[in-house]
Design a protein around this ligand. Sequence first.
Ligand SMILES: Cc1cc2nc3c(=O)[nH]c(=O)nc-3n(C[C@H](O)[C@H](O)[C@H](O)COP(=O)(O)O)c2cc1C
Length: 349
Amino acid sequence: MYEKIVKPVLFKKDPESVHNNFLKFGEVLGSFFVSRKLIESLYLYKNKKLNIEIKGIKFENPIGLSAGFDKNGVLTDIIPSVGFGFMEIGSVTAKECLGNPKPRLFRVPEHDGIIVNYGLCNDGAEIIFNRLKDKKFRFPIGISIAKTNDASIKGDASVEEYFKAYEIMKDIGDYITINISCPNVGDGRSFEDTKLLEKLLKMIGKNHKPLFLKISPEISKKDLDKIIELNGKYNLAGFVVSNLTKDKKLIKKEINGGLSGRLTKKKADELIKYVYRKTKGKKIIIGVGGIFTAEDAYRKIRNGASLVQLITGMIYKGPGVIKEINKGLVKLLERDGFNSIKDAVGVDA
Ligand SMILES: Cc1cc2nc3c(=O)[nH]c(=O)nc-3n(C[C@H](O)[C@H](O)[C@H](O)COP(=O)(O)O)c2cc1C
């Protein structure tokens, strides 16, 4: 129904307005027991084979809502009912940020993708912390932090920026992702510079909940190897692989921002395998990029991801895609004689 009736109507409207209306609608649906149960009756799917425990955190299933859909943490009540096993809020920055000038979100239906140039618009850490601090979450929550989108904040000042967001948000949820790869901020991808990253990790210190680094699909192997080293040195949990692509050859047009969806799939799959091999499976990988089907999710798992995330698949195929993927994963596990997701992690790496 979504693809035949709802999507054609939604896709005629401005993408950012649709996103904002979805957030408002989702927030309302999440605040009532009856609407939550109704959504659950349509979308929830449970199976023990999908359960996975990572760093002491229990996930009902490995499919998460990726960072960027709920930047301000307004959907935490409804997303578990849609069938996701976890979600990542953000990216949250130290200061409130209005983001880049509009229009800044564009559909690219020929590639099942979205060009995103939001520029990290979000309410800022303080407001988001206050919104979430007394909430009892129904599933694991990750918080993605990033640097405020202001090109004048560079070098050591950007370390302070990240740290401020971290300090405010660190007690919310179950894990933290440091988004070191956002393609839309003024001065580019500065935090894949390991000197700055190491300063930040030193400031964070040893006592922290599971910490992940989100990398870009275009990261060089040289930079990635250094980041993998740091990940080990500072005892981080692992990596989110990967962010939007900025590869102009793939997109074949000049764009500001980055592209999500189908064209991010191959690079993310290869990077997951690379990181899994390089870390000998000792780091947790959250695989993301172009997941539309159970096969897409399963490939990432077999390449080394213990958890996966998506956004664009849900926009193109509707919220029913989560149930479809989870059901399909169970079939694929059974086909290959695995009893759990954990058994399949990294078997193709
Ligand atoms: C509308 C939108 C906003 C996004 N904003 C963020 C963000 O704030 N932080 C981040 O780490 N990734 C962000 N992303 C990237 C996604 O988390 C994900 O890495 C990427 O879209 C690839 O997954 P997909 O193909 O399933 O969408 C955003 C993606 C979309 C589509």
